[in-house]
Design a protein. Structure first.
Length: 79
């Protein structure tokens, strides 16, 4: 049987290391959550921008609002 002496300094070092690991993992999780939220916001902003450009193109082509609605309905059926 191997006898190991309990050492207060070693115990504190292990506790500190576990605390650092826990803190790093919490930080990673929080960072991922914030990244997803930022990505979602940026995606919505980019989608609105692209939509405005698309509608502007259609209006510049001379389509009426009713024609644009019909075209959008047709495109939705494809997806």
């Amino acid at each position: 049987m191997i006898f190991t002496e309990w050492n207060w300094d070693d115990a504190l070092e292990v506790a500190r290391e576990e605390g650092r690991e826990d803190g790093l993992e919490e930080g990673r999780q929080e960072g991922r959550k914030e990244g997803r939220q930022e990505g979602h916001q940026e995606g919505r902003k980019e989608g609105r921008k692209e939509s405005r450009q698309y509608f502007s193109e259609l209006l510049n082509q001379g389509l009426t609002i009713e024609e644009i609605k019909q075209r959008l309905n047709q495109e939705e059926e494809v997806f």
